[in-house]
Design a protein around this ligand. Structure first.
Ligand SMILES: [Zn+2]
Ligand SMILES: [Zn+2]
Length: 787
């Protein structure tokens, strides 16, 4: 009998790859092995996790399905490879010592919000970590932002300076403990400490006997602005209901218009300020904890200065123990019934990158904040909050960063060689690729100053080390002046692959959804360098990953003064009127023309006539600017897209059915076929808008009709493109599709016309998604060359 039973004993070697280190995977495996009565071992190695288990085929199968189905919360399995090996007949299952290896396939987890178990301990007076602001375990806490090198181990994180106390060490070594090999494990006896400091005197801002977090809450409640050190950088915080504090913050931060993000204690608190759907609630409460854009209630109590002219608010829930403690202390101090809401905006001045190093934060933020709630755990990698919203039945990124980076996006093909994609100029991310994986970086920012450029270079070096990707090919945007492009062209990587900006936008959608194309691509944004040297921005193309054919675009108008035209939408309005009416537009009896500075216009007209610094543009973003200026919303803006966003907010005041029937749609013409690429002519639209203005049609109705008309224009262009190409799949991308009204109307119209529509769900439609698109295009071209 023994020999028969013996013959049914199997031993399997199982190699698991993905995010499986530092996320409680080995204790999970250990417990499963005990549960199924198996012997063998588990260990971390350079590939990820290697398991050898021995038992009957039935118990081994049970064990393996548990691996798939009961994975710990932060673990993410990319692949499991199993082979049979000879049985060893050990007596137990053990967690063996990690092996260092030549290759580094193990992945670093993104930072993750405090888990339920840790939260429970945090507020349990009996627990030894009661009110300890750095509580964490293998299921939660800092990861990417504290990792300095691989393999992921405490000595290679910024926790290395905190030797564990015996209690913590015992947890760390106990395979059955939730903190087994939790690298950031700490407690009040051995871990980082929080302090509330006066930056000028470097002294404590509170009597030594007081809890610094309670003291910080007290300060905030009395109207102070504080800098608060978080996971990926510093926030600037104040009471969001205190108009005076909000105003002071805005003035000192030199951020005159962009909205501030808010932090509220829980879902219920978010619902007091905004409408929150189930999908939005799930996103708010997810362990990634992004800022979620939500529609404000009409009687929302936050100070109007938080998000001037916006009907939305960006809200997040607490994601570190320190946040939880701060909000709960704040709630105890303020008057009962008052909304518990803190402004938590990036710790920076104007357009600079977020401060994350203590000395630098002091230099840059001391003039803004009246004190700092800080701590002595260093942040190694800057990582801004992610920003998302729910739109058209799914999630959309505005910024993909903390909580997501550096998790890779899996593509449908293998990169033949390691590749770097340098991304775009604004909202830069870069992307490093190997195998099927594309590691899109955290948000780097606008590559317009030395500090951001440094962070771009250092970020690339860090990712190369962490993921062992040393690129042999580099992809870049065609714009010769982009710093990311210059970086690519200056590297000694031999294979350099230029990718057109809007092709990259469309390719980012294809890459995310595993599509090869061809599809009809609709790319709509502010600025992108075209193959004809013009500034493109409303492009209908037939595209696959390898290339594209430009089928149609918005008719060119001059972009007088380049960047100046972005800052001064009146320039675009004047150029569009001049195109629609000729010089007679100066006779039009509408407020925009009556107040137009004639001398400024003459200079502009001369510039465009002589073609001085007035490149032709097909930018849809600029058309939105022009219409916003024309209806009197704004002749100058403080940041790109401000006028367009206000136009969208205005249009939302109208009922959604404004567009029903043709009466709501402004006219336009499309001349396909007789001209390639075809031109989408909006001069008739401009004339109709002027006529509406003359007839006193309410501005919100004009704004609404304009949105419907652009949706109709793009739908018609897609219908023409389908005629021409027989393609039925449409991919939408580009920053203009952050306009929810336009995106939802366009998708609805396209689906009515039986198109299959794809949008970005895993990277932003704005330039933050460009690096992924570049990577996909370059990768596809490399694959083709191989064949
Ligand atoms: Zn935890
Ligand atoms: Zn300890």
């Amino acid at each position: 009998m023994a020999s028969i039973i013996g013959s049914t004993i199997q031993r399997r070697r199982i190699v698991v790859q993905g995010i499986v280190q530092g996320v409680g995977f080995r204790p999970f495996v250990y417990n499963q092995a005990l549960r199924w009565g198996l012997v063998g071992f588990v260990l971390n190695d350079s590939l990820g996790v290697t398991i050898e288990v021995e038992g009957t085929p039935e118990t081994l199968d049970g064990f393996q399905s548990a691996l798939h189905e009961e994975t710990p919360p932060l673990a993410h399995i990319d692949s499991i490879v199993t082979e049979l090996v000879p049985p060893h007949q050990e007596s137990a299952f053990i967690i063996a010592h990690s092996q260092a290896g030549a290759e580094r396939h193990a992945l670093i987890s993104p930072d993750s919000t405090t888990c339920e178990d840790c939260l429970h301990e945090l507020f349990d007076p009996e627990d030894r970590r009661y009110h300890y602001p750095f509580i964490n375990c293998t299921n939660c806490g800092p990861r990417f932002t504290i990792v300095q090198d691989v393999p992921y181990d405490r000595t290679k994180t910024t926790m290395r300076v905190f030797p564990m106390c015996p209690d913590c060490q015992a947890e760390y070594e106990d395979p059955l403990n939730r903190r087994f090999h939790a690298q950031p494990n700490a407690c009040p006896a051995c871990g980082p400490q929080v302090r509330l400091l006066d930056w000028t005197s470097k002294g404590n801002l509170y009597p030594p006997s007081t809890d610094p977090i309670a003291a910080a809450a007290q300060r905030l409640a009395s109207g102070a602005i504080l800098a608060i050190k978080g996971l990926g950088g510093y926030h600037l915080a104040c009471d969001a209901l205190n108009s005076e504090a909000v105003r002071r913050l805005r003035q000192r931060k030199q951020r005159e218009a962009k909205p501030f993000a808010l932090m509220v204690p829980d879902l219920e608190a978010a619902r007091r300020l905004c409408q929150v759907s189930n999908a939005e609630a799930a996103l708010l409460q997810s362990r990634r904890r992004p800022i979620v854009l939500l529609s404000q209630h009409p009687d929302c109590p936050v100070a109007p200065g938080v998000a001037p002219a916006y009907t939305t608010l960006g809200i997040m829930l607490p994601y570190t123990p320190l946040h939880h403690l701060l909000l709960s202390a704040f709630a105890e101090i303020i008057e009962p019934g008052r909304a518990v809401t803190l402004v938590m905006t990036s710790g920076n001045l104007s357009d600079e990158p977020i401060a994350y190093q203590d000395d630098d934060a002091q230099v840059r933020l001391a003039t803004i904040a009246e004190g700092v709630l800080t701590h002595n755990r260093d942040i190694h990698m800057r990582c801004d909050d992610s920003v998302m919203r729910v739109v058209a039945g799914g999630e959309q990124f505005f910024r993909r960063s903390r909580g997501f980076a550096p998790e890779p996006i899996r593509l449908s093909f293998d990169f033949p060689v390691p590749l770097l994609a340098c991304g775009s100029h604004l909202k830069n991310t870069f992307c490093l690729c190997k195998g099927q994986q594309a590691f899109v970086s955290h948000h780097i920012g606008d590559l317009e100053n030395l500090e951001t450029l440094t962070s771009f270079r250092e970020g690339i070096e860090h990712f190369q080390r962490l993921f062992d990707i040393y690129p042999e090919a580099v992809a870049y945007d065609l714009h010769p002046e982009y710093l990311a492009t210059k970086y690519a062209l200056d590297t000694d990587i031999s294979q350099k692959i230029g990718v057109q900006h809007h092709h990259a936008h469309i390719a980012s959608v294809l890459a995310e959804h595993g599509l090869d194309g061809p599809v009809i691509g609709v790319a709509a944004d502010g600025t992108g360098y075209g193959t004809d040297g013009a500034i493109w921005g409303c492009e209908i193309m037939a595209a696959d990953l390898l290339g594209f054919e430009r089928l149609a675009h918005l008719g060119y108008v001059p972009l007088p003064g380049g960047e100046q035209a972005v800052r001064q939408p009146w320039r675009m309005a004047a150029c569009y009127l001049a195109q629609a009416f000729g010089d007679d537009f100066l006779e039009l009896d509408i407020p925009f023309v009556r107040t137009l500075d004639r001398s400024k216009w003459r200079i502009l007209a001369q510039m465009t006539a002589r073609n001085i610094n007035s490149p032709p543009t097909s930018s849809l973003g600029r058309l939105f600017d022009a219409v916003a200026a024309l209806v009197g919303l704004r002749s100058e803006v403080l940041y790109e897209g401000q006028a367009a966003i206000e136009l969208e907010m205005l249009a939302q005041q109208q009922e959604r059915d404004t567009c029903q029937g043709q009466s709501g749609i402004y006219p336009f013409t499309i001349k396909m076929r007789d001209q390639m690429p075809a031109r989408l002519d909006v001069a008739p639209m401009l004339r109709a808008i002027v006529s509406d203005i003359q007839q006193g049609v309410p501005t919100s109705l004009i704004a609404s009709r304009f949105h419907c008309s652009i949706a109709e224009l793009l739908t018609t262009a897609c219908l023409e493109a389908r005629e021409q190409t027989k393609l039925n799949i449409v991919a939408l991308s580009g920053g203009v599709f952050q306009n929810r009204l336009l995106l939802e109307q366009l998708i609805a119209r396209l689906e009515e016309m039986a198109f299959q529509v794809y949008v970005n769900r895993h990277v932003p439609p704005n330039d933050g998604g460009i690096s992924l698109g570049q990577a996909a295009v370059a990768g596809a071209r490399l694959v083709r060359t191989e064949m």
